[in-house]
Design a protein around this ligand. Structure first.
Ligand SMILES: [Zn+2]
Length: 461
């Protein structure tokens, strides 16, 4: 223990270790988008076992290395390639993108999304960047992508050269954010201190750039209500046209970079965007660390709890709508017979509404314990300030401890023991009564004489 402390102290004195030599990739997308040809230059001394994301290996072909102007095949055994790494390495290979999309059909790896007039290929670099199986996390990676006319790269990874090169690090590749090739229009603008890229497919929407900018601006403003700032300095929104109505579906991937994928109905109007909650929900996912599968309930619960409160505080929806939503749905989150706590329950109800109930109870306890001076917002800000945004992979213990430290006490830790590790139930009727929320003649009513009425007013104004 002391030795580690000494080493860290020494490292602090001499500064962080220097970044390793960069790895350079040059990828060319074929005119018909069926294939990527990749050439790579890596320094001597990298780990000698190369591969790609599990399941994507069959689509890597013709791996060769160059030596004194001659190309020769690289040894392959099962799912890995073994080039000599005692000298600087110059590699080339092909990735069969279209075949991978058809076989994998997984938007986290490779898939094709065909629209009426155009198609987009989701192509996570983790699937097609052949790389040493281990390396220093901060190893710089530059992947320049040459695309056919009209086709652009859109990615949540950091980019340079006007968006044509990925300029990021090794660790962000393993959990790479959404990355796609397609005939995108990319509108770049700043909003609330955030550099936004809004990628759309031309001719697919009835909305103007100004409409879409306003939509992103609202989501960023919503986040600032709780966090004071947006949790990241940039935001990439990939808008994919869809059937249905309004904002149909949103998703983000934990880690790698702030990219959201949003399915937006071709018929969506500006009114739909003004009423939308999806973009705010997805942006909240950028503000917490990526947690293990067992605590997916915290990620979804936080977004489900916070999103309506933020919109209510900005006057977009009424407090009545917030409480109606909670009264109608929180019962889905109560433990059922045989449940052993949220950490051990994978149902939709436990994940979304069990998590929401956790956040509501935490918020109430923090507000009560601090006499209304602190709230869950302070704990969440503490987590982001402590480095716990979507780029971090934390345990639930570290996440809740960091939040607890920001407000003092152990509300989050103790609540996790009660609801996460055990299946403590909550008397929701009694809770709503204490908060002074009721329903009469189908309308939400507030009882300002209720013991926790002031706390309730502080949450959704
Ligand atoms: Zn979500």
């Amino acid at each position: 223990m002391r030795l580690w402390g000494f080493l860290f102290a020494l490292q602090a004195l001499v500064g962080a270790p220097p970044a390793p030599d960069p790895w350079r990739y040059e990828a060319t997308l074929a005119t018909d988008s069926r294939e990527l040809s990749v050439e790579a230059w890596l320094p001597a001394g990298v780990a000698g076992t190369f591969s790609v994301d599990e399941g994507c290996e069959p689509f890597i072909a013709d791996v060769e290395r160059e030596s004194e102007g001659q190309w020769s095949p690289v040894d392959q055994a099962r799912d890995a390639w073994y080039p000599p790494t005692d000298r600087p390495l110059h590699l080339r290979y092909r990735f069969r993108l279209e075949a991978a999309a058809a076989a994998l059909h997984n938007s986290n790896q490779v898939s094709r999304r065909a629209g009426l007039t155009s198609s987009v290929t989701m192509a996570s670099p983790a699937a097609w960047i052949l790389r040493p199986w281990k390396a220093a996390a901060n190893t710089p990676l530059r992947i320049h992508c040459a695309t056919p006319p009209g086709i652009r790269l859109v990615t949540g990874l950091r980019t340079s050269e006007g968006g044509t090169a990925i300029d990021d690090t090794y660790d962000h590749l393993d959990y790479a954010p959404y990355t796609a090739f397609g005939p995108f229009d990319v509108d770049r603008f700043a909003s609330g201190g955030v550099e936004v890229q809004m990628a759309t497919l031309p001719g697919t929407l009835a909305l103007s750039d100004a409409d879409l900018r306003a939509w992103a601006g609202e989501a960023i403003a919503n986040l600032r209500v709780a966090y004071g700032t947006f949790p990241t300095d940039r935001l990439v929104v990939m808008v994919l046209p869809s059937g249905g109505q309004g904002v149909v579906f949103g998703s983000t991937k934990g880690g790698g970079g702030p990219a959201l994928s949003i399915l937006l109905a071709r018929t969506a109007t500006f009114e739909d965007l003004k009423r939308d909650w999806v973009l705010t929900h997805e942006c909240i996912h950028l503000s917490h660390p990526d947690l293990p599968r067992a605590q997916h309930w915290f990620e979804e619960g936080l977004a489900t709890y916070l999103e309506p409160l933020l919109r209510a505080r900005r006057g977009i929806i009424s407090p009545e709508e917030v409480w109606r939503n909670f009264m109608d749905n929180l019962h889905h989150g109560l433990p059922r017979t045989g449940d052993q706590g949220l950490d051990h329950t994978r149902s939709w109800g436990a994940t979304y509404w069990g998590g929401t109930l956790f956040c509501l109870l935490a918020d109430l306890e923090i507000r009560q314990a601090s006499g209304g001076k602190k709230s869950l917002d302070d704990a969440l800000r503490g987590i982001v300030v402590g480095g716990g945004n979507h780029l971090a992979r934390w345990s639930i213990e570290k996440t809740l401890e960091t939040g607890d430290q920001a407000v003092g006490g152990h509300v989050l830790r103790d609540l996790h023991r009660r609801l996460g590790l055990r299946a403590e139930t909550t008397d929701l009727d009694a809770l709503f009564k204490r908060l002074g929320v009721g329903i009469h003649d189908e309308k939400v009513t507030f009882d300002e004489g209720a013991p926790m009425a002031a706390v309730r007013r502080g949450m959704a104004r």
